[in-house]
Design a binder for this molecule. Sequence first.
Ligand code: F6P
Length: 520
Amino acid sequence: MRPRADQTAAWTALRTLFDTTGKNFDLREAFAADPRRFESFSQDAPHVFADLSKNRLDAAAQTLLFDLARQCGLEQYRDAMFAGELINSTEQRAVMHFLLRNHAQSVGQQAQPAIKNIAKLQSEVDEAREAMLAYAEQVRADAAITDIVNIGIGGSDLGPQMAVLALAEFATTGKRFHFVSNVDGRELGDVLAQLRPQNTLFLIASKTFTTAETMTNAQSAKAWFEASGGRDIGRHFAALTSNVAAAKAFGISTIFGFWDWVGGRYSLWSAIGLPIALAVGSQGFRELLAGAHAMDEHFRTAPLERNLPARLGLLDIWYRNFHGFTSRSIAPYSSALRRLPAYLQQLEMESNGKRVDSQGRALPFETAPVLWGEPGTNGQHAYFQVLHQGTSVVPVEFVAIKESGPVFKSHNHKLLANALAQAQALMQGKTDVGGHKHFPGNRPSTFLLLERLTPASLGALLALQEHRVFVSGAIWGINSFDQWGVELGKVLAQDIEPRLQSGDLSGLDASTAGLLQRML
Ligand code: F6P
């Protein structure tokens, strides 16, 4: 068993460091004292350049964080994931979404740690991918299909939706994509009002094929399809699921499967990514996987000191457990990345929003921060006020793209200038005036820079985020791959729903009963 983080020598040393110098760390002084600070705290990783220098972190803290990682067995735990061990302990499952980004030819060449039956497993993965991509090409060539409707929620919505928007520049077919997730009938209704059944392909995306919202929307979509004269469910509905039997029972014959070792929030690389493949084509989808695979290899092989997911995940620990920062703001300076904050919310908060370790024992320290954000420059005109002058410190993560897409290229310098200026303003502040115009500065930020937003760089960026969440989860000793916290609400909704019909208030607390009464 791995030692608990707060029982290691490194944790104690970090606590002492924070109490002595860490808590008074000043970014402006650190830059003044070290002309090479930018070089020391920035690095290249596949497709992503990261500048960590505007963080409240010095060499001493960073060294102790690497010690902490080693004392907590991070490298062994990482290797256990890549070896296919059942690290999702509460569900007795392996965590192997990285296999979706690999293929049989390269498995032999890489010193891929021994996954039992790796050759067989990888060829199954490759086969499923090829079937899905062949189907994607077939639909792309089918001019009669003008609209694709993805019905799914959580990981079966956020990943594909975020990526389809991010890669719109590469979407060549002219087909329209719609994402329906909410059980609010308005959402499905608004989409269907624009569609004709003979031109529509519905993708029912659900790993379990039991999620209430998705099943409700899928049933309603099917009813609409039939009522509006649609024929041939086989041609107009496809299921993306690991529950093939349930998809068949629903009446769907075109089914793309995946495995229980692919978690919902890690599933855009599987059949759940079909909307992405439909948008950018099989080549684009392969590039997305290749970008993520390059980051997998970086995470798997780079020494911690030059391992970007490790450095980011450890910085997250330093901020959450020592500085006590409660949230992180995500600021993609890219309209195409507008759904990235929502995607990252599920990735980090569903993975690490837990109060017990992987053995179920209560943890005595804080875990996942709250993630939030909007694309820049929009956020600047909404909530950046609180980042600059609010009473709490919120580390910001900027994501910027060096070369914008082909449209209105001249805007790009304004966009980049704003990203740089915000990071600079947060750090420098403005301290020569008092009162309302005073900016304290010393507000930390990380700056991630992509050359271009392409399928490959997006893949790498997302895999980077997955692995950094793995790192902080590993240090905290939690199982990042289950999500029991979403269950209770689901059960209670099942109890309440019939009461909206029957009016039965028995056994309810006074508030729920009072509200329900008003709804009746
Ligand atoms: O309720 C949470 C959750 O299980 C997520 O983890 C998952 O991404 C989402 O629901 C959707 O699940 P499914 O793909 O099985 O419909």
